[in-house]
Design a binder for this molecule. Structure first.
Ligand code: GDP
Length: 205
């Protein structure tokens, strides 16, 4: 494991693209329905308990949260989606922020969509896939809370989702994950290392 994941720290919160840190280096963004397990996945990947909790503080739930791994690399926690009780105005704002970020952010090297392994590919998730297609980004679909399914059922969900996305263009990977059981952490690091240009460099330099 590259040690820079453990060094992740809060860098900035942005309610619009203008507030984002300079668009340099590499970053990987995480999206997901609220409650899908996105914060837990980010925490597990960074070996920290509290890191992504910052994204849940009131007022921050509609912001992009940037975590620095080193001077050139970042993880980005995108606002959760699928809230039933959000006004049309807030939904439109959220959509503008997400689409603007996915299409304009040049340092964005990969896109992770976190889904509960028991309920993958919601209508909202499908919209993420469509935006990702337009932006031509490498994609990882993370089926998390895999510990809540038996081995056979988890494997069946993995195969089913892989089938559904088989025709998606570009690099698409689907993995089972569990923050609780720490399942899938290594495979995700391997992919993030590629996206963040960490291959072959031990210490993020
Ligand atoms: P977020 O809203 O997408 O950031 O979701 P959270 O990470 O806050 O997780 C939502 C709920 O699912 C919490 O109660 C977590 O404890 C639980 N959860 C998240 N990941 C896992 C997992 O891998 N296994 C299990 N069993 N529960 C999980």
């Amino acid at each position: 494991m590259n040690p820079i994941y453990q060094r992740a720290r809060f860098l900035a919160a942005a309610a619009c693209l203008d507030q984002a840190p300079p668009d340099e280096g590499w970053e990987v963004a995480f999206a997901g329905r609220s409650n899908a397990g996105k914060s837990s996945a980010i925490n597990a990947l960074c070996y920290q308990r509290q890191l992504a909790r910052i994204s849940k503080t009131p007022g921050r739930t509609q912001q992009l949260i940037f975590f620095a791994l080193d001077d050139a690399r970042r993880l980005v926690d995108l606002p959760g989606y699928g809230y039933a009780k959000v006004s049309e105005r807030v939904k439109a704002q959220w959509q503008g922020l997400m689409v603007g970020y996915l299409q304009r952010r040049r340092s964005l090297a990969g896109f992770v969509v976190v889904m509960d392994a028991r309920h993958p590919l919601s209508v909202f998730d499908s919209r993420m896939l469509a935006w990702r297609r337009q932006a031509s980004l490498p994609l990882l679909l993370l089926l998390t809370k895999a510990d809540k399914l038996g081995r056979g059922a988890a494997r069946a969900q993995l195969d089913r989702v892989r089938n559904v996305v088989a025709d998606e263009p570009g690099q698409v990977q689907v993995e089972l994950f569990s923050a609780q059981a720490r399942q899938g952490v290594e495979s995700v690091h391997t992919l993030l290392d590629q996206w963040l240009a960490l291959d072959g460099c031990e210490d993020g330099v």
